[in-house]
Design a protein around this ligand. Structure first.
Ligand code: ZN
Length: 119
């Protein structure tokens, strides 16, 4: 398990090209995914709490030597670990506090928005 890092979001579903993989890793980005945008931005605009959990199925195809990764390998890894992911999500939801003490609800304080936020 790795805590932290930078997610680069690409349109998909697809695999990265080897050139993209080298570019991503060269910039220090640690995870390549196809979700996370625009929901992270929308969550912040609504002062919602947001986090992402990544089930990493493979090292990016261009980073490894050889043939890279296949679709079947990704599906197999995902199937093997989806139970762990479900358990983690259930544990996180169960541990959520009744009241938020994080800075998310006040992240927009002082900003003048061109619309009213839902109450
Ligand atoms: Zn929060």
């Amino acid at each position: 398990m790795t805590d932290g890092g930078t997610l680069v979001v690409i349109e998909g579903p697809r695999f990265s090209s080897r050139a993209e993989s080298r570019w991503f890793s060269g910039n220090g980005w640690s995870i390549v995914g196809m979700t996370g945008f625009p929901e992270s931005v929308l969550a912040r605009e609504l002062a919602l709490c947001y986090t992402s959990i990544s089930l990493v199925t493979d090292h990016d195809a261009g980073v490894e030597a050889g043939e890279g990764v296949t679709h079947d390998e990704v599906l197999s890894f995902f199937a093997t670990n989806v139970g762990r992911m479900r358990s983690l999500v259930a544990d996180v939801v169960a541990a959520l506090p009744e009241e938020r003490t994080c800075p998310c609800p006040t992240a927009l304080d002082g900003l003048k928005l061109p619309f009213d936020l839902p109450g």
